[in-house]
Design a protein around this ligand. Structure first.
Ligand code: SF4
Length: 189
């Protein structure tokens, strides 16, 4: 492994920069292969993630894994998964702007160390934070945006798909587009 995220993880695990540290069970720093060239970014830990310390677990996580595995990706092997916020907002409310501002430096440090070629924003909040503040998932999902040489793509959050299964097909098409892009860029997975 050439990319070492552990110093950043250590700082993050004792972070008290925003009030979410008071109610968290675990800091959810990320999971996967730090040498991967594909980074998935979600919004924030939910209850299961807070309890386990891992992003995207529970039913939503199983759905995400299904899509990942369908295009040859695996959260432990060839991608990395992180969140905008590393601690759970109470009752899964949307992150507050000041919480995002406080926490984003950790994600930026993850970017800096990993230098991923593709970043997949999972859900509205991640896409609005990283691609464009007026990003509309239903209209702009699956489109690649070049930001200083890194490609960003937004797709549906699995929790939203569990509430709204009609978008499941659209979401899998996004993963197929991702697979095409991985091949086009010659990324080894
Ligand atoms: S959410 Fe981020 S900034 Fe807030 S306490 Fe957790 S790690 Fe620190």
């Amino acid at each position: 492994m050439k990319n070492d995220l552990s110093p950043c993880r250590s700082v993050c695990e004792t972070c008290t920069k925003c009030p979410l540290h008071e109610t968290r069970t675990n800091v959810v720093f990320g999971v996967g292969n730090p040498d991967a060239e594909i980074l998935f970014v979600g919004e924030a830990p939910g209850e299961n993630e807070d309890l386990s310390g891992e992003p995207f677990v529970g039913r939503g996580g199983q759905l995400l894994d299904l899509y990942l595995n369908g295009v040859g990706l695996d959260r432990k092997e060839n991608i990395y998964i992180a969140n905008i916020l590393k601690c759970r907002p109470p009752k899964n409310r949307d992150p507050k702007p000041e919480e995002i501002e406080a926490c984003l430096p950790y994600l930026r440090e993850q970017f800096r160390i990993m230098r991923p070629k593709i970043i997949v924003c999972v859900g509205r909040i991640a896409a609005m934070t990283l691609i464009s503040p007026d990003f509309r998932v239903t209209k702009e999902h699956g489109i690649f945006f070049d930001r200083k040489g890194t490609l960003f793509m937004g797709t549906f959050h699995p929790a939203a798909l569990l509430r709204n299964p009609k978008y499941k097909g659209d979401c899998f098409e996004d993963f197929l587009r991702l697979q095409d892009k991985i091949r086009e860029l010659g990324i080894k997975i």
